[in-house]
Design a protein. Sequence first.
Length: 230
Amino acid sequence: MQVKVTCPNCGKELKAPEELRGKRVACPSCNESFRVGGPAEPPPGLPGSGPLRGVPPPVNRPAQAAKFIADESVETRVRFGADGRLPELRFEARTAEPDPQQTQVRDSNPLLLVGVLCFSITLSLILLVFEPQEFRSSDAAKAEARHWIELKYIGVGPNLKPHEKRLREALQASYRGDRGAERRLYRDVLNMLHDESHQGAAGLTGPRAALDPPNDQHLEQQLATLLSGD
């Protein structure tokens, strides 16, 4: 089966086999190529019709670098090369010189830390081995002094000596929380001890000094503990 076609260039009617449909063929009259059974191509000279006749093809010229052109009156600190290009920037890595003061501080820090650590350990050992008397709890010392007074310096029965009565009243005041009355009574007993020391060899509680209580020296020590912090 043949297909009727018309040359879009010269208008001559032609016949082409069916198997050439969709393919490009050359007109035997004007030698113009066209597609069989395809859409009509635009006439020559219109956009999309290929290169214009009589117009020379473009010449491929080598690409040139763009040059920066400035007005002569413009002042600039940038110096261009002979080819008009900007100079290339070059980065140079520099190593900062160490600061002598910082180096000295950094070197001395380990020695300072070692010294502080040694001092702390030494102080801890001293506190563990030697327990000073002033580090003892004041409340615990006063509680122990009250215990000695109740145990050794207050008799049993109604016939108590004057200093024994005052010591008993002082303990009762401490039980009530009356610290003022307690200290006042302890000072009265302490004055009795001082007055009794001028009367003879015997003391207020018996011997003035002995290895074991009761004795005046031991009682005076307990009273001094209870009156401390006034």
